[in-house]
Every structure is written in structure tokens, then in C-alpha cells.
Design a binder for this molecule. Structure first.
Ligand code: BGC
Length: 771
């Protein structure tokens, strides 16, 4: 507790480095210290034998996609010459071995490490980040991390560019899909668990890979939600809301940090000494590797801080960017910069040491083939069914689904009669996997249609119609299909597609419409100015509604959508994000009640794009709008309500739960002490089910304005029908602490409000005082 009350150095602004000193990491045990000493001695010895060019070689990280490499002989020669440090995008033991063999023929035989974007699975694809966050279940996250690491290491990989923990309050940004949403606490917990699960207790053990947390820092706060745009943010907000998830991942042991593409307060992160040295190294004590993002060093020319490539390389290496991703900028420029005296050997040494340390920690100096194995162990078919973890994927996927509406208990559906399954995403195996789907194969993914068909086989009849294309806008189709085939267009006229779907609806007892975004619409470089369901599909939904049959909307999307019409007109709505390899089965499990939904939203769903940014933990303002006593000169829109369509933390179940009043163990908390908050949660319905009990805290009077509430704890609990359980939360001083105007971290004495409920709006309140 003392640690959290550290008094940070004053004159922070003068020092140019805001204080953010607590590492939270326990001191290393003696064995680890010995290992570190051995590691440093090993690296000292190796560094002495390395030429400057070999050191520079270690800083080059190249993308080598399998099969797309006409220049392979040149690449092999470069590796043999010690001019390459690591490779990403090569993903099978056979392909990886060829490259490692070349490294073993280099003068000093320094092994390469192999990385990949294993974001939500390697071969078995789990739900996208937003879906994983919707589980609010750390056991599920651990499972995803372990299986990802097992599958990735079996493919010869050592490192993943994950977790992505960029906080975002802007649904327009396509990369929301990759992260865990808007909340600092939830994101920190998820990211830290993933790191621990990837890396295991021993990163050199088979089945472990190292984690590189990204994108440092505050990429999720880009202006207007337009990808790669600038970020401008107060230091209070940066420290309080945006930095903690990166730090939580590092405290959990993440080996590396990927540097963000954006500029933060005018400085591109790749050139930001303050971020990369003062915050990361000095204040947080980080000892691992930093990786520039794809082409980011060269991009500093267009950011307007570097005159040319050489200047950009100088800025990056002196700021502390160890490896340059996917370009030749370090290879071409570091030597001349050194010869010209514009950088020092120490700059190169520092970066090279960081790379070698990662290789040491991976155990690659002991066995360069530790994950690759001998050729006779190569899987005969890397895509073999036997390499997948389907049961686990289905379990996690069903927990990621969020029931948004269920009027008249239209769900769960009965496995009988005729069901019309319509919509452009219903039969898509590619979309259900979501973006960044690593080595996952669409043909192994279960579409929603297939999942439903298997669930009702022999019991109900199915009708199918595509009903609409994902979008009718040819320019958008062209954009989405630029680098990969994202959307397939049915050339028939839109009206004909709709009529076919309406016919199917007329013959059915219920309609399941699978609509939303293609996976490519919620991706990198996929920002939108509106967040509605595309027009072609909205028209389909209206026609289906007019057909008069119960309408179940199954949503696939990678960002919060504005669903006002859908919420008014659909009988039921199920948010499924992109649920992964087993998505279709998981969705069918929920639609037919074989699994009772328990997911909760990790991001606020606005009513319209005009409300953005809309997030639950906002400040109150001096003129808060009071819906009970609406008045003019208050902080409000006059053309729409202030509030969201669905709040953070929201999600329904097929059963109902009640939450008792909050009981506190004491009316006051002494410094360094605790207060326990407890509620009794009862399953008041007639089905077993699970829910997430959420605890929020507010500091209503402080030296700076504090949010109306902030998530500080949660527990996911399963209750049988009629069962009740006491849920107890320990609140300590850390839960009350924040960065004040001087960026000093600590709790201020006075009253605190505690809110407990099943979403961020529907809560019960109690209060206590910190002495
Ligand atoms: C993305 C990173 C990713 C990298 C390598 C970049 O475009 O911003 O998140 O890890 O590519 O694929």
C-alpha cells in the first residue's frame, strides 16, 4: 500500500518526465537474479565478438509471408551474413526451419526469432478481442492464451504481437475489434492474463511464446476515429486511463512493446524519447525489447519530424526503438549515421542487447530449433483437423455473445417448424473468424447457417436466402477488396435479393437475420464515419419486418453499432462480434438455449455517431443533464437523448437476476486498510445462468474532477434457477487512487460512493469515508 502512496518528484514538467514510478512488480527471486547475471555475461561475451554490422543486423525485423517471396536467395544470403535479426509472417515449421538453418550458417550462429500476429488464436480462431472482453471471464482468457501459445509454438513461432490493449472510446475506429474496449480496468485484466497465459511459467518451455504488447501509446485515441491520425491528450487522462493497460501487461511479464504509429501530443511515438525512455525504461523499469510498427520509422518523414530516411533512423534509434519492422531503414542508415558521428555505438549496442536478451530468454541460444523441431516431426498437414481445439473455441465463443434484446422471450428458439436464415453474413466462413485470423482457415470455420443446420438437423426445416450484399456501394466493395477478397458480391439486383428473403420469411415461423459488417470493415485502415448497419442490409431488415414474422437479428461486427431502428423493430438481438472457428455452433447454442447467454458489453453502444465519444466513466460537468428535471442550459443534445442505446457492462440472459442493496463492512477505511462491499445476487428466473457482478467507485469531491463512476472489480458467477449467492469485493486504497493535477498518484481523503450492479447504469449505491 505504501508503494501506491509514493510521493513523486515535484517539478515534473521541468524534468520533462511525469512521474509514474510504481512498477507494481515484485522483486526478482534469487534464482532469477542469477539467471539474469548469467544472461548478461553471455550477452557481454557475444557482443564483444560481434561487428557493428552484425549488431545492426540484429535490429532488422523482416516480413516473410510464405510462398510470396521471389527474393528468397537474397534473403537467405542476408541471413547468412548476419544481417537479419528476426522474421515475422512465416508460419510453418518447414518454412521457418529453412530460415533458421541460414542463421545457423552465419559467422556467430545467432538464431533468428519468429513472430506473428497471433491475436485471437493461431490455427483455432477464438472470438475477436471485443468478444473475448465480453466474456468478462479471466479463465476463458487464460484458455485462449494457452491454446494460442501451444498452437503457435507448434508452428515454430516464438513471439506474438499481442495483446493489443489500446483503450478506445470511438466506435468509428476499425481496430476496436482487436482490443478489449473502452475500460482501463477490464482491458488491464484481460491483457495481463493473456500475457501470462502466452508466456507460461517458463518462456523457454515448449508451448510458450513471448508477448509483445501494443500499440504504445494511446493509439486508440486517434482523432475522429480515423486510423493513423494524431492523438492529443492531457497527461492526467493518459496516465489515468490510457497507460495502465500497457503497464499491466509489462508487470505481467510481457517481453516486448510495439510502438504506436500515431503521434502523441505532437511527437510520433517512434521518436518519443519521453515515452520510450523516461516512462517505459526509467519509470516502469522495462528491460525488454521495443519494436517499431510496420514502416513507422520512415513514416516520420511524413509526420514532419524527419528530413529523410537517415534522419528518421537517427530519431528512432536514439529515441529507443530497438527493431525496425519490415523495412531496410536501419540496415541502410545506421552504419552511415555512426560513421558521420550522428549516433553512437552505445545506441546500437543498447538496442542489440535488447534483441539478444529476448533470444536468450526464449532459450534460442541453447536450442535454435526449440519450437521448430526436427523435420521428421513436421506435421504432415499443418491444417489438419487434429491440430484444432474446437471444443475450447466453442466454449469461449458462446461466452462472448451478448444478448441485447429478447422481447416476449422469442429466444431461445424451438428446434421445430421452419426457420428462415437470411443475410449476407449467414453463410460466411471467412467473416465469422474476424480479422487478424492468423493461420486460421475459413473452410474450417463454422458459419451461422451451418451451426443452425447442425443444431436442428432432423427436427426443423431451414430456408436460406442471402437477402442483400454486405454493401451496395461499389466504391466500398473495391476498397474492402483491395488487399484481400473481403466481400463477395451477388450480382443480382438488390430488390431481387430482398424479395427472395421475404419469400423465405413468409414460409417460415421465425426469421434469423445475420447482418452487420464484413470482417474487413472492422480492421486496420477500416474507419467509418457512420456506425449503422449498411444501407443494403438495413433495407433487408425493414422488408423482413414487414413480412410480419418474429425477427431475430444476429449481429456480426467489430465495433459498437448504432442500432436504434433494429432495437425498436427486432424481437431479439444477439451481438456475436466475430466469434471464431466455432462461431456458428456457439451462436446456435445460444439461439436454441443449449447455452444461456452471459456476455456483457465492453464498450458503450451509442444511439448515433454524433454522440461519440460516449463512454460510461465520463466527468460530470458543471451542468449535468438531469433527465428527471430536464432543463435548457445543461450539458445535453436537444435533438436526441444523451445516454447510450446500450451501456457499458450490459447484457441479458434467458433468466433474470436480482441484486440486493450494498452492505459495507465499515463506514470508514483507514489508510492502508480495506472495506468489503457485498451484495446478494439471486437468480430469479427459471433457468440456470451466469452474470457479471460489477463494482464501480466514484470520488465525488476531489482535487480534480473525477469520473461519475469507474469499474474497479467484477466477478462472473453462475447461479442455478432460484439460487442466491453473496458476492464480496475487497476495496483498497489503490481502488480510490488517481493521478492528480501534479501527476501524483494516491487517494484523497473523504467520501467515496460504491456502486454495484449488473451493468454500468443499473446499480445500487453505498458510501464510505477514507480517513
Ligand atoms: C499493425 C500491427 C501489426 C503489424 C504486423 C501493423 O500494420 O499496426 O498491429 O502487429 O502490422 O503485422
Amino acid at each position: 500500500m505504501k508503494k501506491l502512496r509514493l510521493t513523486f518528484p515535484l517539478l515534473i514538467a521541468l524534468a520533462g518526465a511525469p512521474a509514474f514510478g510504481q512498477t507494481g512488480a515484485p522483486a526478482a527471486p534469487p534464482t532469477l537474479m542469477r539467471e539474469h547475471a548469467e544472461r548478461e555475461a553471455f550477452i557481454d561475451d557475444l557482443m564483444k565478438r560481434m561487428t557493428v554490422d552484425e549488431k545492426i543486423g540484429q535490429l532488422r525485423l523482416l516480413s516473410v509471408p510464405a510462398g510470396a517471396n521471389p527474393d528468397k536467395p537474397r534473403l537467405i544470403a542476408e541471413i547468412r551474413d548476419g544481417k537479419v535479426g528476426a522474421i515475422f509472417n512465416t508460419v510453418t515449421p518447414k518454412d521457418i526451419r529453412v530460415l533458421q538453418d541460414a542463421a545457423m550458417q552465419s559467422r556467430l550462429k545467432i538464431p533468428l526469432f519468429f513472430a506473428y500476429d497471433v491475436i485471437h488464436g493461431q490455427r483455432t480462431i477464438f472470438p475477436i478481442g471485443l468478444g473475448l472482453a465480453s466474456t468478462w471471464n479471466l479463465d476463458a482468457i487464460r484458455k485462449v492464451g494457452r491454446i494460442s501459445a501451444i498452437e503457435a509454438s507448434a508452428d515454430g513461432l516464438d513471439v506474438t504481437w499481442s495483446p493489443m490493449v489500446d483503450i478506445s472510446r470511438d466506435p468509428r475506429w476499425g481496430r476496436n475489434s482487436e482490443g478489449f474496449g473502452e475500460d482501463t480496468y477490464l482491458t488491464s485484466r484481460m491483457g495481463a492474463e493473456l500475457v501470462k497465459a502466452y508466456q507460461g511459467d517458463d518462456p523457454t518451455a515448449p508451448g510458450s511464446i513471448l508477448a509483445v504488447v501494443k500499440h504504445f501509446a494511446a493509439y486508440g485515441a486517434i482523432e475522429g476515429g480515423r486510423d493513423y491520425n494524431s492523438v492529443d491528450m492531457s497527461l492526467q487522462r493518459l496516465y489515468q486511463d490510457y497507460l495502465p493497460p500497457y503497464k499491466a501487461a509489462l508487470d505481467a511479464g510481457a517481453a516486448g512493446v510495439m510502438i504506436a504509429l500515431n503521434a502523441l501530443n505532437g511527437v510520433p511515438a517512434t521518436a518519443d524519447k519521453w515515452l520510450l525512455q523516461d516512462v517505459l525504461r526509467k519509470q516502469w523499469g522495462f528491460k525488454g525489447i521495443t519494436i517499431s510498427d510496420h514502416g513507422a520509422i520512415l513514416e516520420m518523414i511524413r509526420h514532419g519530424v524527419a528530413a529523410d530516411g537517415r534522419d528518421a533512423a537517427r530519431l528512432a534509434i536514439t529515441a529507443g526503438a530497438d527493431m525496425s519492422m519490415s523495412d531496410s531503414i536501419y540496415g541502410e542508415n545506421l552504419r552511415p549515421l555512426l560513421d558521420e558521428g550522428r549516433i553512437s555505438v552505445a545506441d546500437i549496442d543498447r538496442a542489440a542487447r535488447d534483441v539478444l536478451r529476448v533470444k536468450y530468454d526464449l532459450g534460442l541460444f541453447r536450442d535454435a530449433y526449440r519450437h521448430i523441431g526436427p523435420p521428421e516431426n513436421d506435421p504432415p498437414d499443418v491444417n489438419a483437423e487434429s491440430r484444432l481445439h474446437r471444443a475450447d473455441a466453442r466454449e469461449v465463443a458462446r461466452e462472448s455473445l451478448v444478448l441485447l434484446k429478447n422481447e416476449g422471450k422469442v429466444l431461445p428458439l424451438k428446434k421445430q417448424g421452419a426457420i428462415a436464415v437470411v443475410g449476407p453474413l449467414a453463410k460466411s466462413q471467412r467473416d465469422v473468424m474476424g480479422n487478424w485470423s492468423a493461420a486460421g482457415r475459413p473452410e474450417q470455420a463454422v458459419s451461422v447457417y451451418q451451426g443452425i443446420a447442425d443444431a436442428v438437423a432432423g427436427k426443423a426445416s431451414l430456408l436460406y436466402a442471402k437477402g442483400a450484399n454486405v454493401t451496395d456501394d461499389p466504391e466500398i466493395v473495391k476498397y474492402l477488396n483491395l488487399y484481400e477478397q473481403d466481400v463477395e458480391v451477388d450480382p443480382r439486383p438488390p430488390q431481387q435479393l430482398i424479395e427472395e428473403a421475404v419469400q423465405a420469411a413468409r414460409q417460415a415461423d421465425v426469421v434469423v437475420a445475420v447482418v452487420g459488417e464484413s470482417q474487413g470493415m472492422a480492421h486496420e485502415a477500416s474507419s467509418r464515419t457512420d456506425i449503422v448497419i449498411p444501407e443494403s442490409q438495413a433495407r433487408l431488415l425493414k422488408a423482413l419486418k414487414a413480412a410480419g414474422k418474429p425477427l431475430v437479428v444476429v449481429l456480426m461486427n467489430g465495433r459498437p453499432l448504432s442500432l436504434v431502428w433494429e432495437n425498436e423493430n427486432a424481437d431479439a438481438m444477439l451481438e456475436t462480434w466475430f466469434a471464431g472457428t466455432e462461431g456458428g455452433n456457439a451462436i446456435a447454442d445460444v439461439l436454441f438455449g443449449d447455452y444461456n447467454p452471459s456476455g456483457k458489453l465492453p464498450m458503450t453502444f451509442p444511439r448515433s455517431v454524433g454522440q461519440i465519444p460516449l463512454y460510461y466513466n465520463h466527468l460530470n460537468t458543471g451542468r449535468p443533464f438531469d433527465p428527471e428535471h430536464p432543463d435548457k442550459y445543461t450539458s445535453r443534445y436537444f435533438d436526441a437523448p444523451n445516454g447510450p442505446l446500450f451501456p457499458f457492462g450490459y447484457g441479458l440472459s434467458y433468466t433474470t437476476f436480482s441484486v440486493s442493496d450494498v452492505t459495507l463492512s465499515a463506514p470508514t477505511m483507514p489508510r492502508g486498510g480495506k472495506v468489503q462491499a457485498s451484495v446478494t445476487v439471486r437468480n430469479t428466473g427459471d433457468r440456470d445462468g451466469a452474470t457479471v457482478v460489477q463494482l464501480y467507485i466514484q470520488d465525488p469531491v476531489a482535487s480534480i474532477s473525477r469520473p461519475v463512476k469507474e469499474l474497479k472489480h467484477f466477478q462472473k458467477i453462475a447461479l442455478k434457477a432460484g439460487e442466491s449467492r453473496k458476492v464480496v469485493f475487497d476495496i483498497d486504497e489503490n481502488d480510490l487512487s488517481f493521478f492528480n493535477a501534479q501527476l501524483r498518484y494516491g487517494a484523497e481523503p473523504g467520501l467515496f460512493n460504491v456502486y454495484v450492479g449488473l451493468d454500468s447504469q443499473d446499480v445500487k449505491q453505498a458510501s464510505f469515508t477514507l480517513r
